[in-house]
Design a protein around this ligand. Sequence first.
Ligand SMILES: Cc1cc2nc3c(=O)[nH]c(=O)nc-3n(C[C@H](O)[C@H](O)[C@H](O)COP(=O)(O)OP(=O)(O)OC[C@H]3O[C@@H](n4cnc5c(N)ncnc54)[C@H](O)[C@@H]3O)c2cc1C
Length: 316
Amino acid sequence: MQQEPWDVIIVGGGSAGLSAALMLVRARRRVLVLDTGAPRNGVAAHMHGVLGRDGWSPLELLERGREEVARYGGVVRAAEVAGAAPEVADSNRALCFTVTLDSGERLSARRLLVATGLRDELPDLPGLAEQWGTGAVVCPFCDGWEVRDRRIGVLATGPRSVHQVQMLRQWSPSVTFFTNGAELDGDDSAGMLARGIAVETRAWASVTADEAARLSGIRLADDAVIAIDAIFLGPRPVPNDALLTGLGAATAPAFGDGDWVGVDPTGRTSIPGVWAAGNVVNPGASVPIAAGAGSLAGMTINSDLIEEEIREALAG
Ligand SMILES: Cc1cc2nc3c(=O)[nH]c(=O)nc-3n(C[C@H](O)[C@H](O)[C@H](O)COP(=O)(O)OP(=O)(O)OC[C@H]3O[C@@H](n4cnc5c(N)ncnc54)[C@H](O)[C@@H]3O)c2cc1C
């Protein structure tokens, strides 16, 4: 293990992690970003709703971010983190953590930021995974404009799907809600009827594609195919939070689905010295929101280090 610990190790080099790194390296902190290079929106060719970068490739944004962090002396390494644990405190440094890579290599840091994002768990519908990020997407704000006035299908995947289908009516007059055999609540059904949203209650069987592998429709259990140009759905968000829970970070039921690691508004977890930002603690964070959370976490981690340095200076 190296002698001098990093000031901050950031696990995850997406929008949240790299934004935090940028703040910290500009504050002259020694920062290491460890990243497996699989950002959630890496499946999409373009991103939208990102001020000043609307329509850019998500991977190009992160490439630019890595260059910016490196310009100030930050180190971004391709590596998978397998675990993290607090080191025994010594008299000089109140806090220190050991980070273990999947290779077995161990690294040391005074503070940790976990920005490992989440996994989108898709419903079991043959052909859907092949369309994920192109023909099948999650966020109307991100991808609605591109399919305005086209034939849009919304899959009923949870309670929020009713709101999602009503939102998408803003983008197109041709919207179909696929319930996969479920009957709709009377008020929901009336609201859709009133706004011209078609409701398809037959069970779904598969997603169909044309010869160029582009989405063409949804095949139902009776073999009927409803032609559509885009699918919107709400996949189940599963946070990549094993590092945080392994450290003992407190979780609570949140976002209507399962337990999530809790953070304060700056990204501070219940474990002193450990922060988290972006989709790993907030499934609703778009690229700008994740970047903002990472940026704020970076600034707060810097303040926390200053507090420690004051204590050390006073102790002589
Ligand atoms: C199909 C799709 C399209 C989208 N389009 C848009 C859009 O147009 N506009 C928009 O604003 N948002 C969009 N989003 C949302 C966007 O993906 C997220 O807002 C953003 O990725 C969140 O950033 P993050 O840094 O929290 O996580 P991520 O970007 O997912 O980054 C997490 C990083 O951590 C790494 N990692 C994970 N575990 C480890 C580990 N153990 N060790 C080391 N590294 C690890 C991953 O490889 C990844 O690089 C879209 C999402 C999807 C699914």
